[in-house]
Structure formats: structure tokens, C-alpha cells
Design a protein around this ligand. Structure first.
Ligand code: AR6
Length: 169
């Protein structure tokens, strides 16, 4: 059995098996949730990330969590929104699917996602939330090690909007 939960808060505080980072292709840190994760994890995370030779958009790579409560970080690179005709939706769905698959490959049980691509990368929130929800639901329809997937929304408006979209889909 597996469950989806939705919370408002800071993903760096969560003691799940893996938190997902909305990274960029260099995997060498940045702003937003990426900056927060690197700050909370400490320099060991950047050191490990530098050895990964980056990550293409739509793919995912796993590292340790260092000083984070979560023992693993799954770094995925969301698409930059360019109007919607550049394969953004398939790439965003791929981020969720590949992150979940990587967690399952490592026999992890609990994973938390931020709202990938909805900050600096400009993906419209409602469309991104719908893609996230349907991809996670489809993945959880298959048997895997995962027992809980947490959607973490940073601010109250995002949290409220995500809850409404979740209830409607
Ligand atoms: N916990 C949970 N969610 C957060 C946190 C946090 N601590 N901080 C921000 N968010 P963004 P992107 C939310 O911009 O759009 C970086 O520089 C935020 O409110 O972090 O995928 C990378 O290096 C938003 O809803 O990621 C890339 O260059 C969501 O996380 C680029 O930004 C994603 O916003 C990636 O852009």
C-alpha cells in the first residue's frame, strides 16, 4: 500500500528516505530549493555532486543527504518553461517518474517532492501540479518499495492551490 500526502513547509526539514531537489543540469547548486538543500546538507553534497558530471533535463541522479535529516537526495532537472511547445510536459513528467524509479531501485520507502520547475524555471503552477499528481499516481499503481510520496509546497498560496487541484483531479 502506498499513500500520497501534501504538506506545506521546507523540504530540507523532512526525515523521509529521500528528498528531491529541483536542480539544474550542472548539479553544482543554485537558488530556490536547490540552494536551500545545499545549505542544509553542507559542503559534502556539492563535493559528491561535482563527481556526477551533471544531469540532463528530465533525468535524475541520487546522492547522500549529508547533514540533512533525509539520508538521500534525488537531484532532477525540470524543464525551463518556453511556452509549452518544447516538450516541457513530457520532460516534467519524466522528472517525477525517473525520481520515483531511482528511489524504488534503491528500495526506498518514503520520498518528498518540491514543485519542480514552478519557481525560477517558470512552469505554470496548475499545469505542473496536474502533471506531478498524475505521474505519481500512475507510478504508485505499480508495485514498488515506495509506501509514501509527499508533495511539499513552500508557501501558503501554493499549498492551497495544490490542495484544490489535487481534490479536482
Ligand atoms: N522547500 C520546499 N519547496 C521550496 C523550498 C524549500 N525549502 N524553497 C523553494 N521551494 P525553484 P525550479 C519551492 O526555483 O523552478 C535553482 O536555482 C519554490 O517555491 O527552486 O525547478 C536551480 O539550481 C517553487 O515552488 O526550482 C535551477 O537553476 C519550487 O520550490 C533552478 O532554480 C521550485 O522552485 C530550477 O528552477
Amino acid at each position: 500500500m502506498s499513500a500520497i500526502s501534501i504538506i506545506q513547509g521546507d523540504i530540507t526539514q523532512l526525515a523521509v528516505d529521500a528528498i528531491v531537489n529541483a536542480a539544474n543540469e550542472s548539479l553544482t547548486g543554485g537558488g530556490g530549493v536547490d540552494g536551500a538543500i545545499h545549505r542544509a546538507a553542507g559542503p559534502g553534497l556539492l563535493e559528491e555532486c561535482r563527481k556526477l558530471n551533471g544531469c540532463p533535463t528530465g533525468e535524475a541522479k541520487i546522492t547522500g543527504g549529508y547533514h540533512l535529516p533525509a539520508p538521500h537526495v534525488i537531484h532532477t532537472v525540470g524543464p525551463v518553461w518556453q511556452g509549452g511547445a518544447q516538450g516541457e510536459e513530457a520532460l516534467l513528467e519524466s522528472c517525477y517518474r525517473k525520481s520515483l524509479q531511482l528511489a524504488a531501485d534503491h528500495e526506498l520507502k518514503t520520498i518528498a517532492f518540491p514543485a519542480i520547475s514552478t519557481g525560477v524555471y517558470g512552469y505554470p503552477f496548475e499545469a505542473a501540479a496536474k502533471a506531478a499528481i498524475r505521474t505519481v499516481r500512475a507510478f504508485l499503481d505499480q508495485p514498488s518499495s515506495l509506501t509514501e510520496v509527499v508533495f511539499v509546497l513552500y508557501g501558503t498560496p501554493d499549498y492551497k492551490q495544490f490542495m484544490e487541484i489535487y481534490g479536482d483531479t
